[in-house]
Design a protein around this ligand. Structure first.
Ligand SMILES: Cc1ncc(C[n+]2csc(CCOP(=O)(O)OP(=O)(O)O)c2C)c(N)n1
Ligand SMILES: [Mg+2]
Length: 356
């Protein structure tokens, strides 16, 4: 496996396949990690893309075109995008179910993610799964499986491989406030810290684990304070502020790349929808939701960009129209494709001896 460390970013896709294209941010990054205007616009674009894509997923679900669950990261756009943007080409991403924007930042196409959600033939799992549970080895994206925390030991394994091969890549992974309590998270952090693995764990504290509020999950003030138990840095950031997330993750990534070991970044935000499309979140007090609505990550970043003169109302309108049309085309094309044949469902599950 070749070592690849560059600061190239993929072009934010409007829909369609965009693999391998270097984005406007490619050469603009300064060594201290400060962001050029093109980076700011790229971050904004990825966040809007995530919101637009997921709004479409919810619509397709309510139309009965997506079977199973439909999970979205409304409220998590700054966390998903800001964190993944701190990575470089050749790094590894282990996203969770609220991190659609991170897939896009790492170069995944709208088409591929649409095919995944619609479980159509030709999707990355050949239609066997209707969410983001896939692996794309080319892009070094290792998607989550249902069992919370189960991918953390796998992320550690990749980190160990990177270290043994003397590569300089970083593994970024995520866990929710609820998932942060499972045993594998502790086991993985114990191993990663003792072995100084190049791991960044983003804890997405979005106030709820399904219907359980954080007040009933733990009594520490900050989940990042748990880092002390592993002797590693832990930082808490405002998860509705994409720049705060980016800078905290960038620091953690730099530490990991220097083989100084793992870090925890706790990103505090709100899950603005129910657990999934089937859950109307009746248990969330309306006042709590309303307070977080005022901190919408996209609206918040829009204000920053408008204030800096980087974004205008006309640019925003054009961007949204362009992204929507790309997503619509992608959905229409995927809906035209068949489901995979039923007899294919078990393929790739059990060992298949080579044909004689
Ligand atoms: C080990 C395990 N326990 C329980 C579940 C069922 N489950 C799926 S998502 C979820 C809530 C997760 O909450 P959190 O980790 O805070 O992430 P969020 O959905 O809020 O982003 C639960 C309980 C599971 N998938 N895996
Ligand atoms: Mg949660």
């Amino acid at each position: 496996m070749a070592t690849r460390v560059t600061t190239n970013k993929k072009s934010p896709p409007a829909g369609g396949r965009t693999r391998g294209s270097a984005g406007p941010a490619a050469a603009a990054r300064t060594p201290n990690g400060s962001l050029a205007k093109s980076d700011l616009l790229a971050l904004y674009r990825y966040m809007v893309l995530m919101r637009e894509f997921e709004d479409t997923i919810i619509r397709l679900y309510t139309q009965g075109k997506i079977v199973g669950g439909a999970y979205t990261g409304n409220g998590n756009e700054a966390t998903a995008v800001g964190s993944a943007y701190a990575l470089s080409d050749g790094d590894y991403l282990f996203p969770m179910h609220r991190d659609m924007g991170a897939h896009f930042v790492r170069g995944q196409s709208v088409d591929n993610l649409m095919l995944m959600h619609l479980a159509r033939k030709g999707s990355l799992t050949e239609g066997r799964d209707g969410t983001g549970h896939y692996t794309d080895r080319d892009l070094r994206i290792f998607g989550n499986i249902s069992h919370l925390g189960a991918m953390l030991p796998v992320a550690c394994g990749i980190g160990l491989a990177v270290k043994l091969r003397k590569e300089r890549n970083v593994v970024m992974t995520y866990i929710g406030d609820g998932g942060s309590n499972v045993g594998e998270v502790h086991e993985s952090l114990a191993m990663a810290s003792a072995m100084r693995l190049p791991l960044v764990l983003v804890i997405e504290n979005n106030q709820y684990a399904y219907s359980t509020p954080v007040s009933r999950q733990f009594i520490v003030e900050r989940l990042s304070s748990r880092a002390a138990g592993y002797g590693i840095p832990g930082k808490t950031v405002d998860g509705t502020d994409v720049l705060a997330v980016y800078h905290a993750c960038r620091e953690a990534v730099a530490r990991a790349r220097a083989m100084r070991g793992p870090s925890i970044v706790e990103s505090v935000t709100m899950r603005m929808h129910g657990h999934a499309a089937h859950d109307n979140a009746w248990y969330v007090p309306p006042k709590e939701l309303a307070a977080w609505k005022r901190k919408d990550p996209i609206a918040r970043f829009e204000k920053v960009l408008t204030g800096k003169g980087v974004l205008t109302a006309a640019m925003k309108k054009q961007l949204v129209a362009e992204l929507r049309s790309g997503i619509e085309k992608s959905a229409a094309a995927a809906l035209d494709l068949p489901y995979p044949p039923a007899e294919d469902a078990l393929r790739g599950v059990f060992f298949e001896p080579p044909a004689r």
